[in-house]
Structures are given as C-alpha cells and as structure tokens.
Design a protein around this ligand. Structure first.
Ligand code: NAD
Ligand code: TYD
Length: 360
C-alpha cells in the first residue's frame, strides 16, 4: 500500500484473531484508523478490546452489525472511504460446523460475497485506486489432510473435509474470482492453528488450559495422534500487517508457526506448563492424569503442516516466538484473566460444552 495513514475496515474484530490484530496494528502503526464491524455472535466480545491503550483506542471505532448487511457496509464505505478491508468475520469452529453447518454458509460464504460486492462498488466509484486491498484471512484447512510427510504450499489443490473448511474454501474462491474477473485488489492468507490471549474456550488450547486449572477431564479426540502446526496469534497479526502493506494483489500467502505437534503431545505440554506454574515439578505429571480419549471427530483431518517459504522470501516475514515461550505466555494470560473467562462462559457456552461432549 502506498499511504501511511490508512483507514481500514476490520470485520470480526471483536473475535480472537481480529481483536489481537487491532491491538497489534494500532500499536505498530500510529497513523492507522480502524473501523471494526462485528455482529457479536457467541464468539465476539467487545471486552476483548477493553485493554487498548488510549493512543490506540482513539483510532478504533466499533460498529455492531452483520457483514451480510450490504446497505450498512455500503454506508460505512461512504462515510470512511476505506483504504482496505481485513476480513476476519466468520464462524470458525469445526465442531460447531458439524452440528450446524448452515450458519457457516451464511456468514462465511454469503457474508464474504456481500462484503466483496460492497468493496467492489466502492472501489469502482473511487476510480479503482491501485493501493486498495481486500485481505481475506483464511485457513490451511482448505487444503485437506496430509499424510506423515510433506507440506501445504500455495499451489496445493483445495480438498476441504468439514463444513467449516468447505465454507472457507468457497469464500477463498469468491475472493480470487473478484480479482480475476473485476480486478479488485484482493490478497488471501491461509494460516495454521492460532493460539494466544482472548481465544474462546471451545478451541483446543484454551479449553485444555482451563480444564487443567479446574481439574476437569481433558477430552482428546480419537487416538490423539492428529498433528497440527501451531502459530502464536501475535506472530500471525504481524504477518497480516506485512501482507497488507506489501502483499501483491491476486496473491496467496501461507502463514504458519513451524511448530508441528500431535494433539496428545500438546495436551501433555500444557499439563506440564500449568503444573510448573503451580509449583509442581513436571516429573510428578499430576495433570496428565486428567487426559481422556473420547470419540473422534467425524472427518477429522490427520495432519496439517505448511510451508512458509513464499512469505519469508517475498515479504521477509517469519515467526518470532517459539512454541514453548508463546504457550507459557498464553497460560499466564489465562491465569491472569479468569474474569474474562467467566464473562465469556455464558449460559450459551455451557449448553454448547454439554451438547458437544455429552455423547463422547
Ligand atoms: P472467532 O470465532 O474468534 O471470531 C469471529 C468473529 O466474527 C466474532 O467476533 C464474531 O462475532 C464475528 N462474526 C461472526 N459472524 C459475523 C457476521 N455475520 N457479521 C459480522 N461479524 C461476525 O474467530 P477467529 O479464531 O478470530 O478467526 C478469525 C478468522 O481467522 C476466521 O475467518 C477464521 O476462519 C480464520 N482462521 C482462524 C484460525 C484459528 O486458529 N482461530 C486459523 C486459521 C484461520
Ligand atoms: P481445534 O482447536 O478445534 O482446531 P481445528 O479443528 O480447527 O484444528 O482443534 C485442534 C485439534 O485438537 C484438532 O485435531 C481436534 C483436537 N481437539 C481435541 O482432541 N479435543 C478437543 O476438545 C478439541 C476442542 C479439539
């Protein structure tokens, strides 16, 4: 992008990665302004941005609304003349997509389509500015499942397994089609599993940290030998700032942490970190006793791993944090923010945990 004083539309900025992105971006770029459009589903929480420092919060505007509301998004474009869009808003949890796929089609496919339409209308009416960017944040899950060897690259064919990854794949195709057909300057990023502060406790890492703290069973799906690559959310957000500023229209960039782990190894590592924090030495392995192998997730992808050669060589980004260090920071964050945990564990959350695990 050519300007330094950007005004950006961030969708889904009250969720996990979106709120971390707003914090990272406003602190790193003192001339940026962000309008944050979020529908505040169960996963969205304005409290995720309560700790923005004053120098950043004056450049952040929250708008409660749905990305499918084309009239609202058009109005925001008219009012703010955005230099770019960073699109996080989505239904993001695989297990929820198995129990109720429709919301995933609505937000991830229809919502992305409507956002592209509004962006295109504005971009054309503004004279097709070259510096405009539509940055679509997607997942490595669109590539399907790997065997024991090899890595996803930007050329790996799409082969999604779950309703979640199928809906993200569909949205990625729409984003690319708007570049090829209409010239809208879009960029797609596909990243691996994120972890860090403000992640809703339905996903593996926060769920396990909290269950360990509360000495509840640790439900590991299947044989626990499924492999994920883990990316610290702060590293991811820094990568997104880089892609926004220097990524090329029409391109895709894969983003990963270079930290592959089986789920059972990850759960054991979390047990050891929490036990250490409580002053037990990991040899006593207290929390590991809480592990329970439960019924596998249907269509469960065996392994994800990604090559970050392209973003490293083209844009000079690579992750700064090791898994061990960033996981320790994450555990500490949850220990220090139990008030946040209580706040997001609404009645709806409790019902979900009951429904998802009752027959496992
Ligand atoms: P999240 O579920 O924590 O947050 C999603 C946010 O989108 C919430 O604030 C929610 O209120 C908002 N939202 C949902 N539907 C909306 C709608 N119709 N209109 C406006 N806002 C709406 O998700 P996350 O983990 O922060 O993921 C952000 C993005 O990154 C998603 O697109 C996801 O597919 C992608 N991604 C996430 C991960 C991960 O590990 N979390 C990995 C790869 C890609
Ligand atoms: P998750 O955090 O849901 O992310 P994704 O499905 O998008 O990769 O799950 C990460 C891995 O952990 C995945 O292989 C499923 C597994 N998992 C469990 O074994 N137990 C759990 O309770 C959860 C939520 C996930």
């Amino acid at each position: 992008m050519e300007k330094e004083d950007l005004t950006l539309l961030v969708t889904g900025g009250a969720g996990f990665i979106g709120s971390n992105f707003i914090r990272t971006a406003l602190e790193a770029r003192p001339l940026w302004r962000i309008v944050n459009l979020d529908a505040l589903t169960y996963a969205g929480n304005p409290g995720n941005l309560r700790d923005l420092p004053a120098m950043a919060s004056s450049r952040h505007t929250f708008v409660h609304g749905d990305i499918r509301d084309g009239a609202l998004v058009d109005h925001l474009f008219e009012e703010h003349h955005f230099d770019g869009v960073i699109h996080f808003a989505a239904e993001s949890h695989v297990d929820r997509s198995i129990l109720g796929p429709e919301a995933f089609v609505e937000t991830n496919v229809v919502g992305t389509f409507r956002l592209l339409e509004s962006s295109l209308r504005f971009w054309e009416s503004a004279g097709r500015p070259r510096g405009f960017r539509f940055l679509h944040v997607s997942t490595d899950e669109v590539y399907g499942s790997l065997g024991p060897e090899g890595y996803f690259t930007e050329e790996t064919p799409y082969d999604p397994s779950s309703p979640y990854s199928a809906s993200k794949a569909a949205s990625d195709h729409f984003v690319r089609a708007y570049y090829r057909t209409y010239g809208l300057p879009t960029v797609v990023t596909n990243c691996t599993n994120n972890y860090g502060p403000y992640q809703f406790p339905e996903k593996l890492i926060p769920l396990m940290i909290l269950n360990i703290l509360e000495e509840k069973p640790l439900p590991v799906y299947g044989d626990g030998l499924h492999v994920r690559d883990w990316l610290y959310v702060v590293d991811h957000c820094e990568a997104l700032v880089t892609v926004l500023e220097r990524g090329l229209p029409g391109e895709t960039y894969n983003i990963g942490g270079g930290e592959e782990k089986t789920n059972i190894d990850m759960v054991h590592l979390l047990c050891d970190i929490v036990d250490e924090r409580r002053g037990r030495n990991s040899g006593e392995a207290e929390s590991r006793k809480l592990v329970r192998f439960v019924t596998d997730r249907p269509g469960h992808d065996r392994r994800y791993a990604i090559s970050i050669s392209k973003i490293r060589e083209a844009l000079g980004w690579s992750p700064r944090y090791s898994l061990r260090e960033a996981l320790s920071r994450t555990v500490d964050w949850y220990l220090q923010h139990m008030d946040w945990v209580e706040q997001v564990r609404t009645g709806e959350y409790r019902k979900w945990i009951g429904r998802n695990y009752e027959d496992r």
